[in-house]
Design a protein around this ligand. Sequence first.
Ligand code: F3S
Length: 387
Amino acid sequence: MHLDPDDEKILAGEQGETRQKMLELLIALGKVFGAERLVGIRSAQVSGASYKTIGEYGLAWLSSLDARAVVPAVLNPIGMPRERWQEMGVEPEFAERQRAVIAAYDRLGVNLECTCTPYYLHETSFGDHLAWSESSAVSYANSVIGARTNREGGPGALAAALVGKTPYYGLHLEKNRNPQVIIEVVSGDKEWSIAHYGALGYHAGKIVGNKIPFIRGIIPTTDQLKALGAAMAATGAVALYHVKDVTPEAKKHRINLSALEVISIEPAEIDSLFTEIPVEAVAVGCPHCSPAELANIAQLLQGKIITKPFYVFAAQGVIDTNQKTVDAIEKSGARVFADTCMVVSPVMEQYSGIMVNSGKALAYVPDMCGAVARIGTIEDCVKEATS
Ligand code: F3S
């Protein structure tokens, strides 16, 4: 692999042992995937931050590192809100270990925002090279923004944050971003909600696996794209998709599609995912809520009081800049938590049935929380939590 003079200095240990080891890791990764060089990144998003997933071994490894991030870097959601963990019902023993993980990342210069929506916090633009970990964030960056990132593992993203570069392969290369299959969506007469796009992604991800789909027949908003991509990345391994006339790279692929397989999805296939099973709690914000989603929830909850636990998840930075909206939501008894989510927090394991408005949560809640999951629109979620 070609290394520039700065890389050579790091590799020679001139910037400390941690940075040297991190560069060795990036070079090893690059060699596996045939990268000819490294590329500078604008930001990193690092998974492996929840104590629930990394445990003592991961914490010991993080604590052994000694360097500082050289590009803006944030964490993936952790097992609890940093501030309001007691209010969420997190056990003190878990909180103590989770705080140790956070302290280790703090020492490494990683911003302690723990979110799967880093694009709401750090400006991310078309063509930017990134090293992001969380699958829905990767999908959004590649597909909706037109930035370029592979789906990094936690150590790879952390290494990229500490070195400022990532191996130049996969979705960083223009030639690997072309559609590989066409999805023709028959959306019917009904107007689709965010949950419908989540359900579409849930269904489509199972069909396309890890291929890059070119989707026709829908005109989603950015929040709907967020839901669609998150679910396709959960049930499949879709890190990039294009939507005709909507996503930034779709235009250039309009020609050249004739040889691709076309898969049709009918409205009945989406509607069949909306079941009516009983639930004990409602959880929304997967991926973490945008300001517009928070405003919509606040409006729907106006004048209502919840009758069962209602969790809303969003990035701390988004909560801070929309505090009045958050206060309006919490007036109903619902809680808006930062840093965590219905999938990574151990608190959600107490419920046997959870209602969500997300195709990704529909896919992950059963295995990660041991609960039955039901998908509904945000209107249905509010109705369930307040009736
Ligand atoms: Fe984000 Fe948790 Fe969903 S990390 S995408 S809210 S599973």
